[in-house]
Design a protein around this ligand. Structure first.
Ligand code: SAT
Ligand code: MN
Length: 581
């Protein structure tokens, strides 16, 4: 017994009895322990050492080619009543799901080590932090949890003091897609995941706990667990505004969170607090504050270069675990658009041949501690979090959505968030590039019925003193030839600046049926290859297309039946009426 918390030692014993591991290892979270995981995986072939002269402390993991992304079709929320999970989730009766999972877990750890990973999401000791224990038979998962969470002894001490924790049971099983399920039991604060070693399926602190279970808890406790990056924008006068921004997976959250100001923005600084998840609470003064529950980054590698994200490019040259990238003849990691070197071996370990597709998997990832990020905010570990000035929603849309617009008020902003739609990406298995509705970028992650979720969002208007302004952006609008209209990346600061000016009441706007749009002259395009006509195209609102969009949205809302709050339908009706006028 390695803990004085009876409920934890009982649970570990019960799991060990079911899964029959050869050994049990309680993770202490020390750097020495991490090194022992690395050494062991180098021995077993789970990790490959990369060039230690140019990439010190960097390793490559090649996953099973069948196991490279989240599996939304195999991810379930098992509440007692089906309607509580909502049409936005796959559902199974809890007893049936547990029964099936117990069948999979039975004896699955024979010959393996069972790792017990106590972890903390959020700054240790913060009133906003939450604790969990993941049991896994994957050393790769244990090593990734070390980088992504505050894991080990300090977390265990907090858990022992609190007497409660979220239970996450994971096994890679046989990595058989036919025997793969990610199950959530929010009413019991329990997660069971079998058959995958991939990030979002296997690092249970991340999407499973910090979003699905946490969103469920947040609703009952009055806070928000969101798929949002948190970023601080410091102007030359030294004022910093904090923004939380929701985009679907692989739509540039990490790049925005680590943005480097363009050349002409002398004196501006951008501070990263988080790149994927925000937990937001109203403080005693009724101000919304955010903490990042994570301690590391699990980012998309392809596309990262000195132009798109120089901070990330440098950050991943040391102490990084790469998953499914290619390697060069010099044994350096390589990925599409790296702009240096060329691939010799592809992500599956074969000699590179362009006939086999990209050298690095499009969803290849880096895992790295947030401390490696040169722009990591000094407030990222602050127990009280940071005050949020603006919330930003966005998706990847070729047309329709303008570069930026502002919601008229909070309730309209909730509709704007609920209306997010985006082209699918390689972060989840399935077809890439089809537009799907992804409210608040939470479609894969909301642990309960979206109708109830929108009502919960709306309730903040009654409870908060000062609420953030809500915006929507689209960096991905294209012209008729398919070319991106906006340069994106560092230049996005120009758009963020307009938002901050709006929040501070320093700039006007055009009042449109869909919200407040910038006057073209108020978006700074100095030094950019963006003509007046292009900017007008970026800000164009096509009423016909928007009427269709609202009709589509009405149909989507209908699928949630009487769980949709009337206030949201009223907001929808108001926009429809404004578009008709
Ligand atoms: O699900 S992961 O966290 O592994 C990546 C993502 O899709 O955001
Ligand atoms: Mn994500």
């Amino acid at each position: 017994m390695n803990t004085r918390l009876q409920s934890l030692s009982d649970w570990v014993a019960e799991v060990a009895k079911l899964t029959q591991p050869d050994r049990i290892h309680w993770c202490d979270g020390s750097p020495a322990e991490y090194q022992s995981f690395i050494k062991q995986m180098l021995g077993s072939g789970d990790l490959i050492e990369l060039n230690q002269a140019s990439y010190p402390g960097c390793y490559l993991h090649r996953s099973d080619p069948n196991d490279v992304a989240r599996v939304e079709h195999l991810t379930y929320v098992c509440t007692s009543a089906k309607a509580d999970a909502g049409p936005n989730n796959h559902w199974m009766p809890p007893a049936e799901a547990k029964n099936m999972m117990h069948g999979f877990f039975d004896g699955c750890m024979k010959g393996r080590t069972l790792y017990v990973i106590p972890y903390c999401m959020g700054p240790l000791g913060s009133p906003y932090a939450r604790y969990g224990v993941e049991i896994t038979d994957s050393t790769y998962v244990a090593a990734n949890m070390y980088l992504m969470t505050r894991m080990g002894k300090p977390a265990l001490e907090q858990i022992e003091a609190a007497g409660s924790f979220i239970k996450g049971l994971h096994s890679i099983g046989e990595l058989d897609p036919e025997r793969r399920f990610i199950m959530h039991f929010p009413e019991e604060l329990t997660i069971m995941s079998y058959g995958s070693g991939y990030g979002g399926n296997a690092l249970l602190g991340k999407k499973c706990h910090a979003l699905r279970i946490a969103s469920y808890q947040a609703r009952t406790e009055g806070w928000l667990a969101e798929h949002m990056l948190i970023v601080g924008i410091e102007d030359p006068e030294g004022n910093t505004h904090y923004l939380a921004c929701a985009f679907p997976s692989a739509c540039g959250k990490t790049n925005l969170a680590m943005l480097i100001p363009p050349e002409r923005y002398k004196g501006w600084k951008v501070w990263t607090l988080g790149d994927d998840i925000a937990w937001m609470h109203l403080d005693a003064n009724g101000q919304l504050r955010a903490v990042n529950p994570e301690a590391g980054l699990f980012g998309v590698v392809p596309g990262t270069n000195r132009k798109t994200n120089p901070n990330a490019y440098d950050m991943i040259t040391r102490d990084t675990i790469f998953t499914n990238v290619a390697v060069t003849a010099d044994n350096e990691p390589w990925w599409e658009d790296k702009d240096v070197g060329k691939p010799a071996i592809d992500w599956q370990g074969r000699p590179y041949d362009s006939a086999n597709g990209p050298a690095a998997h499009p969803n290849s990832r880096f895992t790295v501690t947030a401390k490696n990020n040169p722009s990591y905010s000094s407030l990222a570990e602050a127990p009280e979090g940071v005050p949020i000035t603006a919330l930003v929603f966005g998706g990847r849309r070729r047309e329709l959505a303008p570069l930026v617009y502002q919601a008229k008020d909070w309730a309209h902003g909730v509709l704007v968030g609920a209306s997010v739609a985006s082209e699918t990406t390689a972060a989840a298995t399935g077809k890439v590039g089809v537009v799907r509705r992804d409210p608040m970028a939470m479609k894969p992650f909301c642990g309960y019925n979206f109708g109830d979720y929108w009502a919960h969002w709306l309730s903040f208007a009654d409870r908060a003193k000062t609420l953030p302004q809500i915006f929507h952006v689209n960096w991905f609008r294209r012209d008729a030839d398919g070319r991106f209209l906006w340069p994106g990346f560092g230049e996005n600061l120009r758009v963020l600046r307009w938002m901050i000016d709006r929040c501070e009441g320093r700039v006007g706007a055009q009042e449109m049926p869909i919200g407040h749009l910038p006057k073209p002259a108020d978006i700074d395009t100095t030094g950019l290859d963006v003509s007046k006509e292009t900017l007008e195209q970026l800000l164009a609102v096509d009423r016909g297309q928007w009427r269709e969009e609202l009709e589509h949205m009405a149909g989507y809302l209908k699928t949630f039946g009487d769980r949709v709050p009337k206030r949201l339908l009223d907001e929808h009706a108001k926009v429809v009426a404004a578009l008709k006028a």
